[in-house]
Design a protein around this ligand. Sequence first.
Ligand SMILES: O=C(O)CCC(=O)C(=O)O
Ligand SMILES: [Fe+2]
Length: 327
Amino acid sequence: MKEEVPVVDFAPFLAPDSTEAIAEKRKALLQEISKACEEWGFFQVINHGMNWDLVQKTFRKSQEFFWLPLEDKLKAQPAPGSSPYPTGFNNKNRSQGVQDKKELLFFFTDESSTDASKHAYSQYNIWPDRPLHFRSVVEEYIQHAERTMKCVMAIVSESLGLPSNFLANISQEKLNMFMMHYYPQCIAENDRQGLGYHRDGGIITMVAQDGVEGYQVLKGDKWVTIKPIEGALTFNVSDCLQVWTNGRYKSVLHRVRNHKTHERFSFAFETTPSLHAQMAPLPQFTTDIGKPPEYRPFEYMEYLMIRLKNKSLLPNQKEGGLEDFAV
Ligand SMILES: O=C(O)CCC(=O)C(=O)O
Ligand SMILES: [Fe+2]
């Protein structure tokens, strides 16, 4: 049988009243999610509550942007030396030292912070002038994505047997990132590295795909395509969740291959702790259950700098990652 990323129907979580039957369904779903996070690190969700018309509208804006001539897109790059972060347009990222066949628009979104001075990363965002209404549409998407992500974090917390506000509270100061990806069509079979294999660096990532295949996750030694399902969103465990749960939930390698006959658009919304968060496996997954920690404590920034460097390595240089913090 062909293996596929588990698809979970969130309808029972969105149901307004909680009958015994719904409570039973929720319990079963939490088990499905837990199994998916342990075995795949990925799951797809239908009936997630995110407005699909808005997702479609944002895809149209993304197309309008990426279909502009390159010289216009380059105007959304930060002026040299003006931003310490890779915000705005980028068509030069590398994976494993090889240039990805992809274009990217990258935004920070500071989530409801109590201390604006600490969290003013979005000041480095670069909003393209064209297409018209680009910023208002994308900001609306981000607002909805934040809400959906909060709901998913609560459900993932419960799937670990923890209180629903656990992941929201563990690192209260969060930083979110929103990436709009564009993968051009690519005929040459040996040149389809849209986004090279990687693990995500945050807590959880939420991906919206258009209808074009190309997103793949490594299961055992096989790349499994994450089927684009109309109306579904994909969620994956990222490195922070793997560290906190001491490896119980897996941050799994995934990649994007360019399509032979179609260009592909996708959005990734990633929630991460603040840059100065202290990371370490939690007692619930170590001392409380008699397991030694798999990672030493570290500052999140230390790890992000390693990741940033990975994007511009040459082919013979070794990438850094969580292994650098393993004990
Ligand atoms: O483009 C996609 O479908 C996935 C992108 C991804 O893996 C990422 O942004 O980390
Ligand atoms: Fe990713």
